[in-house]
Design a protein around this ligand. Sequence first.
Ligand code: PMP
Length: 287
Amino acid sequence: MSRIVYVNGQYLPEAEAKVSIFDRGFLMADGVYEVTSVLGGKLIDFDGHAVRLARSLRELEMENPISKEDLLQVHRELVSRNGVEEGMVYLQITRGAPEDRDFVFPDPETTAPTVVLFTQNKPGLANNPAAEKGIKVISIDDIRWGRRDIKTVQLLYPSMGKMMAKKAGADDAWMVQDGHVTEGTSNNAYIVKGHQIITRGLSNDILHGITRAAVLRCAEEAQMEVVERPFSIAEAQEADEAFITSASTFVMPVVAIDERKLGSGTPGPVAARLREIYLEESLKQAI
Ligand code: PMP
């Protein structure tokens, strides 16, 4: 079955959906995105994603072309038309397609943003077997730009990082800057030592994960101690547990860092418990 996607106000079969070659998303990575997960046919953390999208657009001086209500409606319509029970909705907004390539931003009066959404069907997203086994990460230098808090479509280095991990027989990479872990290629990074859950604090150095915010709320409600501070790879290798969070992996245990096993090399109880609580809570609040 061909997917129905959304492009600039229209619902179309994916093969008929087109964007100009002059689109600044294509030529300059001048665009932002969001990924919202779908469980039981409902959207998880939609509000958080809509708020972050508005912020990303504002930081790049792009007008927000779609209201939160309309955005919710388009998300729901796509989930319904494509019969998605478990999966994701990908959304991208670019600065649009001016008549020619130019470094100068086009006049928003004459160049409308491009808005694209599509669904990704992923049956078994919540019962992902990887969560039972845990994932392995390697460390790599963080050589990305200085505004990682803006969710732009400049994903070349994270994509290269994922390939470096695959080549090394691992699943993902944790990026390191000035001796401290910033985040994973597409997720936020955590370690657990004793009673503490440790994760880097929010700044321009990392994406302000929507799952991160929700998981930290769950942790605090469950009386777990959360400490927001940087940590090194050496400290992480000595931790009791480690895990990552993102909209598509929820809470995913990390069992090895640069080939060094954490503890027994199996997922730890804190990550497993947080995954359970987060999934339970977010399903309750799904819309
Ligand atoms: N950091 C980076 C670099 C990411 O790409 C992502 C996921 N897009 C995250 C963190 C996690 O963010 P979220 O929980 O909002 O998916």
